[in-house]
Each structure stands twice: as structure tokens, then as C-alpha cells.
Ligand binder design. Structure first.
Ligand SMILES: [Zn+2]
Length: 235
């Protein structure tokens, strides 16, 4: 603030000082309900969930491409794009890890513990939205393109999914899928609107190449970030 004051007129400078004083008084008055105020004043909380990680690679291709790595790379890019808008952005994992403790046996149990921790993180952070990132794969290799899923009972989840999907289909060459309902464990158990974004198909050779490239990951990340920002009514 110091720089601009020097080039402003006296009146403006006085007004500035008065408004700063006013803000100080208001902030003192508001301290009583600090928890509530800080949430609305500092803006929104977004929990991004890079799917899989650690023991669980997600989809793997014959060429040795791991879904878990692509999920994380894109999540980090989405975060970078949202942070400048003043949004508090968290990732359920920042590195190649899972939340199943050592010694836990059984794929289903491990998966369950891992997902429960991610859901808990979103609920604890009181996130406004939960966005889980994945890459799809099929046996035939014929499908391609991004698609967004929401829990079939969640109206706000549907709205968030549609806003993200709307941006994803603007990416050049993207096929025009629509957001779809489903009954997924994470979107069912998070207490805020949640979606699953399948950013593309690793089973499509053409898409697999793009999905590993930074410029394409950035296009996907920008679409997801824009969709989230639109849902939160941010410019
Ligand atoms: Zn996945």
C-alpha cells in the first residue's frame, strides 16, 4: 500500500487512512465470531483428491504409465490455478502415498481405509467442494475423452459436475460428453458437493500420450479450475 499513497493527493491519502482505521475498528468488533468471519472473509475451501497413490497405482498401461501420477500432476496444476483467487486449496495427498497402514491385509479393506481418510480430510477442512481426479481405462481402448460424475442424490454435486464438464468439452479435440450420475463411495460420503473427474482414457493410445504432457494437463487443469470457480461464483 505504501507505494501508491506517495503518488496520491492529500485528500485521497486521508481517505485511505480513515478507511484503514475503519477496517481496524470493524475487525476488532468482529473478533468475537472470528471462526465464522474468517471462513467467509477469506473465501472458499477446495479439497482436491488425486485418486490412488502409494500401493495403489490405479490404471497402468503396458507402456508403464501410472494413473496415480497423472492424477497428482493435474491436481497440483488445478491448485496453482485456484490459489491466486484467494481460495484455500488442499490436496488429499501431495506425494505418492496412500492412507492404508502397514500390515492391513486385503485389497478392499486397504482401499476402504484409504478412501475414508480422504473423505475425513475433506469433512475436517469443511471444504465447499470435493473434486476427485482420476484417469479412466477400458479393455477395448476405443473410448476417449473426459467425463465428470456426481452422486445421483446430490443436486449441488450435479451442478458442480455440469460446470466442470462444460469447461472440459471446450478443450480442442475433446468429445462432448455430459456429466453423469453415479453411486460412488467418495461422493456419497463427503458432506459437501463432490465430483469425480475422469480426465481421459489411458487405454486410448492417442489420449495416453497427451495425458502425460504438461500442456495437455494444463488445459485439463484450467477447465477443472474454471468449473470450480464458476460453481463458487468467482470471476
Ligand atoms: Zn482411478
Amino acid at each position: 500500500m505504501r507505494q501508491p499513497v506517495r503518488i496520491l493527493g492529500k485528500k485521497t491519502a486521508i481517505l485511505l487512512v480513515l478507511s484503514v482505521m475503519g477496517m481496524l475498528v470493524l475487525s476488532v468488533l468482529w473478533q468475537g465470531s472470528a471462526a465464522v468471519i474468517s471462513h467467509s472473509a477469506e473465501g472458499h475451501v477446495v479439497m482436491l483428491d488425486p485418486g490412488h497413490g502409494g500401493y495403489d497405482p490405479g490404471a497402468i498401461t503396458a507402456q508403464g504409465v501410472y494413473e496415480k501420477s497423472i492424477n497428482l500432476e493435474i491436481a497440483q496444476k488445478v491448485k496453482e490455478m485456484l490459489v491466486p483467487s484467494g481460495i484455500a486449496v488442499f490436496l488429499t495427498r501431495e506425494e505418492d502415498i496412500d492412507y492404508a497402514p502397514d500390515g492391513v491385509k486385503g485389497k478392499t479393506t486397504k482401499k476402504q481405509i484409504d478412501l475414508n481418510r480422504r473423505i475425513e480430510m475433506a469433512n475436517e477442512a469443511k471444504a465447499d467442494v470435493f473434486v476427485s481426479l482420476h484417469v479412466n481405462a477400458t479393455a477395448t481402448g476405443q473410448n476417449s475423452g473426459a467425463e465428470t460424475f456426481y452422486h445421483y442424490k446430490s443436486e449441488s454435486g450435479k451442478e458442480l459436475a455440469e460446470l466442470i464438464q462444460q469447461e472440459l468439452i471446450k478443450i480442442p479435440g475433446m468429445n462432448r460428453r455430459i456429466a453423469k450420475p453415479g453411486d460412488f463411495y467418495v461422493t456419497k460420503n463427503t458432506s459437501m458437493p463432490g465430483v469425480i473427474v475422469e480426465v481421459g482414457y489411458l487405454s486410448s493410445l492417442k489420449e495416453q500420450k497427451k495425458l502425460q504432457q504438461s500442456w495437455y494437463q494444463e488445459q485439463l487443469a484450467r477447465a477443472i479450475a474454471k468449473g470450480i470457480a464458476n460453481y463458487l461464483n468467482l470471476p
